[in-house]
Design a protein around this ligand. Structure first.
Ligand SMILES: [Zn+2]
Length: 440
């Protein structure tokens, strides 16, 4: 296979090449490729091609809450705004809220997500994930305990476990296998010991991964120690058997080196959410340290309710800049940042064999950037990965493919009508705010 992939096989960026698709997978990458019967050529000469970006922690069910919960630390942000708003969701509002967020993700080059879901409205949310045609993992968000939970959000333990199992059996593998189900206990402070035991049982019986929040903010971690007999999150998960599942935690800001030996033995990954961590004043995760310990790290925007934008380009740039502040400017490259949003992000979600690089045999999840824009001009001596990581933005996303299906063409969604989504979002969000009873 001829061509000019930049750097070694793990390079996330391709320039001056064509991509040949065979159904939903990549058949060849290079120049002057032969189009065989049943294959399809994407001519991306002169443009930049990346693997579809992977966001490992999202709350698409919070997209309506953008700008409605500003200037609060985590626990106040949850109790005063986010939980009452989530409690007011129904299937209809959840559907349009999720589809609105999914549209933003796709237009910005995100093709795979891991979303932690919502409680009320979970069925509408899952239906929207299917209709979005994004690849990813989602599931009902589980809560049954804790201070400050509004009525309707804390469910009876057995009821919520039965509901998540039913939804998982219905939606796992749907959308042609693009959507996989995940068990989403929200975080330790809103889940009882019995709920964690139930999650462990479901994880074992269905081989579903567990996605939760942990070690996000210092006050949260201190509260966990208070209510869990002096144990921190990792010690608690270890005692509960949760570290024996396929566990993905969002944040991990307060993970320490003493945790690493235990985590290295586990199926465990961290999803770093730099914008959310800055916006809520949580701190900075030690991504260099985690990667050095061999712990898979992905990236996520968290939700529009805290980080305001669901832009993977923002996150990867910010991830690099924060590590440069923490460890020095040589500690993190543009290649490292792109890797978190592609190859390593895919590995953090257990999808490394299917996606994360543009290479023969993998699924054709691709992003094509408009390289002719002046801000993407650079001399040939400049590193291509630094150019994309530090100069590109979602404004440069021209085409997006998932499984070889073109979902964005020339910056416009093909399969979703944005005008309808916006109109239905206006209507269903107004009704949700009314139901929430919050006075803004
Ligand atoms: Zn989150």
């Amino acid at each position: 296979m001829a061509g000019s992939r930049e750097g070694a096989g793990s390079s996330p960026v391709i320039r001056e090449a064509e991509v040949l698709l065979d159904g939903g997978s990549v058949a060849a990458v290079g120049r002057a490729l032969t189009v065989m019967p049943g294959t399809r050529l994407i001519d991306v000469q002169g443009q930049l091609v990346l693997p579809g970006l992977v966001q490992g922690h999202l709350h698409l069910g919070q997209t309506f809450f953008r700008g409605l919960a500003e200037s609060r630390p985590l626990l106040d942000w949850l109790r005063e705004r986010i939980w009452p708003l989530e409690a007011a969701h129904d299937d209809e509002s959840a559907y349009w809220c999720t589809l609105l967020g999914a549209a933003e993700c796709l237009l910005g080059g995100t093709t795979t997500i891991q979303d932690i879901g919502i409680g009320p409205g979970a069925r509408g949310y899952l239906k929207a994930l299917v209709d979005s045609r994004l690849r990813g993992l989602g599931g009902k968000c589980l809560m049954d305990a804790g201070d400050g939970l509004p009525a309707g959000l804390a469910e009876d333990t057995d009821t919520t476990l039965a509901d998540t199992e039913n939804l998982g059996e219905e939606f796992d593998g749907s959308n042609g296998g693009r959507l996989r189900y995940a068990l989403n206990p929200r975080f330790i402070l809103s889940c009882s010991d019995d709920l964690w035991r139930g999650v462990l049982d479901l994880a074992r019986r269905h081989s579903w991964p567990v996605h939760t929040h942990a070690l996000e903010q210092k006050a949260e971690t201190e509260l966990v120690r208070t209510v869990k007999q002096g144990r921190d999150e990792i010690e608690y998960f270890d005692d509960q058997g949760i570290l024996d599942t396929d566990l993905r935690i969002a944040h991990g800001v307060w993970l320490e080196e003493r945790h690493y030996p235990r985590l290295e033995q586990a199926r465990f990954s961290v999803v770093h959410c730099p914008s959310a961590n800055l916006k809520l004043g949580s701190g900075t995760a030690d991504v260099v340290g985690l990667r050095g310990a061999g712990i898979p790290v992905g990236l996520g925007c968290d939700g529009a309710g805290c980080s305001n934008r669901l832009d993977a380009f923002d996150e990867l740039r910010l991830a690099a800049l924060l590590q440069m502040v923490r460890h020095g400017p040589a500690s993190f490259s543009g290649h490292d940042a792109l890797s978190l949003a592609t190859r390593e992000g895919a590995a953090a979600l257990g999808l490394a064999r299917q996606i994360g690089t543009v290479e023969v045999g993998k699924r054709a999840d691709l992003v094509v950037l408009a390289a002719e824009r002046p801000e993407l001009w650079a001399s040939p001596q400049a590193d291509l990965h630094d150019l994309v990581a530090f100069s590109a933005s979602r404004a440069h996303v021209r085409h997006v493919f998932v499984d070889g299906e073109q979902l964005v063409e020339d910056g416009r969604l093909g399969h979703l009508d944005l005008d309808t989504i916006r109109r239905e979002a206006d209507r269903s969000c107004a009704a949700l705010l009314e139901r929430s009873g919050i006075e803004f």
